[in-house]
Design a binder for this molecule. Structure first.
Ligand code: SF4
Length: 229
């Protein structure tokens, strides 16, 4: 397993936990607003392998509660379950971040209770999904299946959407709300402009737009919140 990034400690990535965040390169989506695109397109080399990661974690026992596995898209790796299992065997909780396009992987991990928390991106309303992820096509059945698996798993979870001015409007949050109606947690995250995103013309929504979108989606997901404003 090639590790493309490691944040040695974060209080933000795993709710209520002190965690390290492991970034795995590669992704099957090409989101124009991706903040980690240098590890998605392969332009950044791996920084360590899993042996070095385990060595780092060994020294962090007792200091960290958990490990966040993010990307890129971790579920594209067939040895992901092995990586997760080894990290948990060391005594760490594991949170998985996913784009939801691999329900078969999500299903196995959830059924085996192999993860302690899962966060899935909801990129946009169904009609705008493929344009929002930078692809011509997306099998929305994968996304719907992942949503259903996660909501019915009993494993703590959240859904979240990075909100981009050019891609989202209030009607999208009507559709997203219906898609994840009754979810235990849903976060709207305001896009922040960075030089490293693929489409540098993209802009952040205003705070008043964020509030409008929150109110819209709360009709279906009362526990929705804005994260980071
Ligand atoms: S799914 Fe995530 S990692 Fe993949 S391109 Fe989109 S934002 Fe980047």
């Amino acid at each position: 397993m090639k590790i493309h990034g490691l944040q040695k400690m974060t209080l933000l990535d795993y709710p209520s936990k002190i965690a390290a965040t492991v970034f795995l390169g590669g992704c099957d989506f090409k989101c124009p607003f991706c903040h980690n695109f240098e590890i998605v397109d392969g332009s950044m080399a791996p920084i360590m392998d899993d042996t070095e990661l385990f060595s780092f974690l060994q020294k962090r026992k007792g200091l960290l509660d958990g490990v966040v596995i993010t990307g890129g898209e971790p579920c594209i790796y067939s040895d992901l379950p092995t990586l997760i299992s080894k990290i948990r065997d060391m005594g760490f909780l594991v949170k998985l971040d996913t784009n939801g396009n691999h329900p078969e992987v999500v299903e196995t991990l959830l059924a085996d209770k192999a993860i302690d928390y899962i966060a899935m991106d909801i990129k946009n309303s169904p009609a705008k999904y493929s344009m929002t992820i930078g692809l011509n096509n997306i099998n929305l059945d994968n996304i719907s299946k992942s949503i259903s698996l996660i909501m019915n798993s009993g494993v703590p979870y959240e859904f979240r959407t990075t909100v981009v001015h050019e891609y989202h409007e209030a009607s999208d949050f009507e559709e997203i709300g219906k898609w994840i109606e009754g979810a235990a947690a849903y976060y709207l995250q305001q896009f922040t402009v960075r030089d490293t995103v693929p489409d540098k013309r993209l802009t952040a929504p205003t705070e008043s737009d964020m509030m409008l979108y929150l109110k819209t989606v709360q009709k279906y997901v009362p526990k929705a919140e804005i994260r980071g404003l």
